[in-house]
Design a protein around this ligand. Structure first.
Ligand code: AMP
Ligand code: TRP
Length: 332
């Protein structure tokens, strides 16, 4: 039986990249597997977070995930800090992982930069908390993007070393789940830059909270080149904006790039943009409406998360009991 664990950092400004690159794939997973979706607020505080904002973005993310189609009744959806097992197992893993392993993590090097002496200890230990997230549920599969593959490798190393050190097969070695269809959505202003919540221009992204008029306007203003759309995928080489908009169009309509080109290849951008706006509004309109409803009812969202937290805690309990017994902690 496959059990999936997926973590996502709470952040505001959810956009089309988050939806097509992550959420849409998770929505598909829930029909096939047992899924645990965790909003990792404890990872978030490895760098400074304004407390009120952290609470708000956690709710916002929950609303976005539910609006995107993740069913909180069918899956386990919660925020990390509700379940003490994450912190408890992370401590054990801090004592299993080696300094040398964490020293090799490229995300730490990137985030710390030249400021190594001054970043939090939590930022260094981040991968051990991530290993704990996954292994507290003995999850077997983890959907990850390129940037998180190294952390998943470390999770496997931690699981393996724990099992070997204590001579017991406690943990599975979790496998990455790579989506063949995951879309990398680029900025509407620059086809070579990722669509990102931190881009200063709001015209660079389509937010999950944008209304239909805003979506259409942003697509009309999106950067293009002077030529019509190509009639083959090879024709996209060297045309990052055309490739991006076509990729978005295909993903919104659940088509392959070839199918999308068969559909709209050869059109001038002005015509294509109208079709793209229609597709975006059709997909995001209902999500947007549901998000608005959920944002206006935070108590309802909190209630769902509380239930998710209770389900998660019940799943982690036997694993933590086993770990503490194996490690040799006296629990009189
Ligand atoms: P972030 O908000 O950047 O931490 O991203 C949250 C999730 O959305 C991660 O799984 C990312 O891989 C995904 N994501 C963010 N931006 C994009 C993008 N422009 N294209 C595709 N996926 C993205
Ligand atoms: N580090 C992941 C990211 O930044 C988030 C994350 C935390 C995660 N715990 C996880 C992802 C466990 C998968 C499994 O995207």
């Amino acid at each position: 039986m496959k059990r999936i664990f997926s973590g996502i950092q709470p952040s505001g400004n959810l956009h089309l990249g988050n939806y097509l690159g992550a959420m849409k794939n998770w929505v598909a997973l829930q029909h096939e597997y047992e899924c645990i979706f965790c909003m990792v607020d404890m990872h978030a505080i490895t760098v400074w977070q304004d407390p009120a904002e952290l609470r708000a973005t956690t709710r916002e993310l929950a609303a976005g995930m539910i609006a995107a189609g993740i069913d909180p009744a069918k899956n386990v959806l919660f925020n990390q800090s509700q379940v003490a097992a994450h912190a408890e197992l992370a401590w054990v893993f801090n004592c299993v992982a080696r300094m040398g392993w964490l020293n090799r993590m490229t995300q730490f090097k990137e985030k710390a930069g030249k400021n190594r002496e001054n970043v939090s200890v939590g930022l260094f230990a981040y991968p051990c908390l991530m290993a704990a997230d996954i292994l507290a549920y003995k999850a077997t599969h983890v959907p990850v993007g390129e940037d998180q593959k190294q952390h998943l490798e470390l999770t496997r190393d931690v699981a393996q070393k724990f099992n070997t050190d204590f001579g017991r097969e406690v943990f599975p070695l979790p496998e990455p789940l790579i989506f063949g269809t995951a879309t990398r959505v680029m900025s509407l202003r620059d086809g070579e830059k990722k669509m990102s919540k931190s881009d200063p221009s709001d015209y660079s992204r389509i937010n999950m909270t944008d209304d239909a008029d805003t979506i259409a306007l942003k697509i009309r203003k999106a950067k293009t080149d002077p030529n019509p759309l190509p009639e083959t995928t090879e024709g996209l080489v060297g045309r990052p904006e055309a490739a991006n908009l076509l990729g978005i169009y295909a993903a919104l309509l659940d088509k392959t790039l070839d199918q999308a080109i068969a559909d709209v290849g050869g059109l001038p951008f002005a015509d294509f943009k109208g079709k793209l706006a229609d597709a975006a509004v059709a997909k995001l309109g209902p999500i947007n409406a549901e998000m608005t409803r959920l944002r206006n009812d935070p108590a309802y969202v909190d209630g769902l998360l509380r239930e998710g937290g209770a389900k998660a805690a019940a799943l982690a309990k036997p694993v933590m009991d086993e770990v503490y017994e194996v490690v040799g902690f006296l629990r009189p």
